[in-house]
Design a protein. Structure first.
Length: 344
């Protein structure tokens, strides 16, 4: 069956990525060198896609794509007997952010018709080509500049773009994703190591992903300096030109407006009730009871991708440091992609 070859191909792709990441660049063979050059080309065209961040994304996928993980993921779903063409409009805010949709469509026995983001043009085509090779040709896909001739669509865009997409695809089965972000809730007794893990949730991919934390809830007596002390492992972000430009701009705005903020020369903390914060800024607020936080989560449910907290808080959450490690059954906007694909 195609599905068996496809799963086998994904596990081989995982091994290929792991071998590539483990090699010293001096030992690359011709194929590996092509992969490395492709990553460097991505970084040149989109400087947010540093080699480090691209390789981090590749490692996450390589670790996920085991035979056990894949089979446990898809076994709960019915696979369509009739292949449909599913249009995919992919995002490009972080490396390989659209790869989950591509894999989901293929494993559902459909054909992805892919409109790549201009910010992420190289890795997905390369990995799909390798997947097809490792699956003995049992992977179909198509890249297009404009979506035409499709049966359903999955599209990701900003809130403004999403309104246009909702209208444009109103007569088609669709999933339209919008802007989301993530929050963290601190109990107050977190260790320094746990706060360092929180820093990963904030700064990985420079904070550009929907799973990056942009708002922190802290107890009334929490000392702000503890956050800054444990964010230092990521101080090199300020050496990235685009990140530094955002930092300088937001700092200047706050100074001109005489707004209060805390600054450690690479990120600013600002007491603010807004969920979304500008890049290089983390909003925080102090809470007296968890009921306040729960009310906020309920009110902003449509805009929150994930909640990061200690299990001891008794909230539905993921562990500190795990925001950028989603499982195969973790879906963007919490909409079950495989269930949607099984119904078209």
């Amino acid at each position: 069956m195609n599905i068996e070859n496809q799963v086998l191909g994904l596990t081989r792709l995982s091994d290929y990525i792991k071998e590539f990441l483990a090699k010293n660049p001096e030992n690359y063979n011709e194929n590996d060198s092509g992969f490395e050059l492709l990553l460097r080309k991505s970084e040149i065209e989109n400087t947010w896609f540093t080699l480090e961040n691209q390789k981090f994304a590749l490692k996450q996928w390589a670790d996920l794509l085991t035979e056990e993980n894949i089979n446990n993921w898809i076994k709960e779903y019915s696979i369509s007997k009739i292949s449909k063409r599913v249009g995919l409009i992919l995002a490009g805010n972080i490396p390989l952010v659209g790869f989950h949709d591509v894999i989901s469509v293929v494993l559902s026995n459909h054909i992805p018709v892919i409109k790549l983001s201009s910010k992420d043009r190289y890795m997905i085509p390369f990995l799909l080509k390798k997947w097809k090779e490792f699956s003995e040709g049992n992977v179909e896909y198509e890249f297009v500049e404009k979506l035409e001739n499709f049966d359903a669509v999955i599209a990701t865009g900003s809130n403004n773009t999403a309104r246009y997409l909702e209208y444009y695809f109103k007569n088609h089965l669709h999933i339209i994703r919008k802007n989301r972000t993530s929050i963290a809730i601190l109990k107050g007794d977190e260790t320094d190591e746990e706060l360092k893990l929180l820093a990963k949730d904030i700064f990985q991919y420079f904070g550009l992903g929907c799973r990056n934390v942009t708002r922190i809830f802290i107890p009334q007596d929490f000392v702000i300096d503890r956050l800054f002390e444990n964010f230092l492992d990521f101080q090199d972000v300020i050496n990235h030109n685009k990140y530094a430009n955002n930092y300088d701009y937001n700092r200047a705005v706050y100074l001109l407006n005489q707004e209060q903020f805390w600054d450690n020369n690479f990120v600013m903390l600002k007491e603010d009730d807004k969920l979304f914060s500008p890049l290089s800024v983390i909003h925080f607020s102090r809470y007296s009871s968890l009921d306040e936080v729960k009310d906020f989560i309920t009110e902003n449910e449509e805009n929150i991708q994930c909640v990061v907290a200690k299990d001891a808080l008794g909230l539905e959450s993921i562990a500190l440091g795990e925001a950028q490690n989603p499982g195969l059954n973790t879906y963007a906007d919490n909409v079950d992609t495989l269930k949607f694909l099984s119904l078209i």
